[in-house]
Design a protein around this ligand. Structure first.
Ligand code: NAG
Ligand code: NAG
Ligand code: NAG
Ligand code: NAG
Ligand code: NAG
Ligand code: NAG
Length: 389
């Protein structure tokens, strides 16, 4: 079985084929957020022990030590057992998906209202008072990340939770800062993996024409966190944001599938247990990841974190490179006249698709398509056949 993996999205049409396909499913019955009865709007992860349901597991049976173990200790043993009992092509991992805390772009969107934000303000780098290009955390966002930090410390001390074996983060500043505050300085058990996250391009937010989705360069990220790992192939300048075209939901879903495949393959290669994984990302992107993982829709508030138990089954399938086009988004060149859902520009000016800001990084082909060497379940038509639709 040969796997060809591209370290970075290919721009333009390519017809590489990989001979395996990872099929992800969310294993339910362990977390409250997987149950239809749990309301995402009112669910507070740090008041609910991350949603871990109080129950006994198969791994608890006939095991006298169980009575002295916490729920999180028994859950970790259960995930280990699921892996031991499964065939070689099946793995189980727990991903902790954390949304960044409140950023200055979130505040500006609330201040201007979503229609005016989408139509005009979000296409600028800021408003003179605040900047939202690759937005940083606001003081409220810093507090939310501190809550996550304190909650992890409580879990370590009280629940004896197994801390993440690997850490990943989106390259956008608000996620770098959130991951940093959440995990720096935790008093962890001696055998824990060090907090040394990998910055991964494809964990970024859905790429709109908003400047908050345009990332800083690699040098800036490295200077901010010199000890962190920036994945191989990460470009100096942002090659994906162009301010003119936006990723569609379908394009984002393929990217989300790609980044999950990369992480599963990378962790497998390390030959250690790697059962718990932390990912710091964004609302839109976590929503997309959850859909790729077969999880029900579950929106995260700023700063929220949810664990997901994932089953990954590697199947022998021919999968072609999948290319999805992006769409052009129109906007106004001055604050819009109305705050309706659609863009109604001042003085009846027609919406334009030209940039309002100067950028150095523009896609070679502005409307894509952007291609990834993976596919979605809906792209696979039958076993052994290339199934791009
Ligand atoms: C992926 O797994 C799910 C759940 O086990 C199954 O229903 C589905 O058919 C699988 N997809 C493929 C392509 O095998
Ligand atoms: C689980 O049990 C503990 C007490 O052992 C309790 O404090 C907690 O609220 C319970 N959690 C849920 C989700 O029922
Ligand atoms: C810029 O936006 C912020 C809200 O994020 C607002 O408080 C501030 O007054 C705005 N500045 C100007 C000059 O309008
Ligand atoms: C990282 O987090 C620590 C602890 O909260 C903080 O002291 C430090 O300033 C942060 N670093 C950056 C670059 O934000
Ligand atoms: C990276 O970005 C910073 C500003 O964020 C800029 O000062 C610097 O010149 C850039 N470096 C490179 C190598 O492009
Ligand atoms: C992108 O994410 C934002 C949240 O940051 C959301 O409002 C928007 O609908 C998303 N767009 C797409 C195309 O998914």
């Amino acid at each position: 079985m040969k796997i060809l993996l591209l370290p970075f999205p290919v721009l333009g049409l390519v017809a590489l084929v990989q001979a395996s396909y990872i099929n992800y499913t969310t294993v339910t019955g362990y977390f409250m957020q997987d149950e239809a009865s749990t309301n995402a709007d009112t669910f507070v992860y740090y008041e609910e022990n991350f949603g871990l349901i109080n129950r006994t597991y198969a791994a608890d049976l006939n095991n006298p030590a169980s009575k002295d173990m916490t729920q999180w200790q028994r859950f970790y043993r259960e995930v280990s057992l699921l892996n031991q009992l499964s065939p070689n092509n099946v793995e189980y991992k727990v991903f902790f998906f954390g949304r960044h805390g409140d950023g200055y772009h979130n505040d500006a969107q609330a201040y201007y209202g979503t229609p005016a934000w989408n139509c005009y303000w979000a296409e600028l780098n800021g408003n003179g008072t605040i900047s939202w290009y690759d937005a940083a955390l606001s003081p409220a966002g810093i507090s939310q990340a501190q809550i996550a930090h304190d909650f992890w410390q409580w879990l370590i001390n009280d629940q004896k939770i197994h801390t993440p074996d690997a850490y990943y983060t989106s390259p956008l500043t608000r996620c770098l800062e959130t991951a940093n505050i959440t995990f720096t300085g935790l008093d962890m058990p001696k055998d824990s993996s060090e907090f040394k996250p990998t910055v991964k391009e494809l964990f970024r937010e859905n790429i709109s024409i908003h400047t908050c989705d345009n990332r800083h360069n690699k040098t800036y990220i490295h200077d901010m966190f010199p000890s962190w790992i920036i994945e191989a192939g990460f470009s100096e300048n942002d090659k994906l944001w162009n301010g003119v075209t936006a990723e569609t939901d379908a394009a984002e879903a393929v990217r989300s599938k790609m980044v999950m495949d990369e992480v599963f393959l990378q962790l497998k290669m390390k030959q250690t247990s790697n059962l718990f994984v932390s990912v710091t990302s964004h609302s839109g992107e976590i929503g997309s990841l959850l859909s790729v993982l077969g999880h029900r829709t579950f929106s995260l508030n700023t700063g929220a974190v949810i664990p997901v138990l994932i089953k990954a089954e590697t199947l022998e399938r021919d999968v072609a490179t999948t290319c999805k086009t992006w769409s052009v988004s129109a906007h106004c060149t001055a604050p819009p006249a109305t705050s309706l859902a659609s863009c109604v520009c001042a003085a009846s000016a027609a919406p334009v698709t030209t940039l309002l800001v100067t950028v150095t990084s523009v896609l070679p082909t502005e409307t894509g398509p952007v291609c990834y060497n993976t596919a979605l379940p809906t792209d696979i038509v039958q076993a052994g056949r290339v199934g791009r639709v």
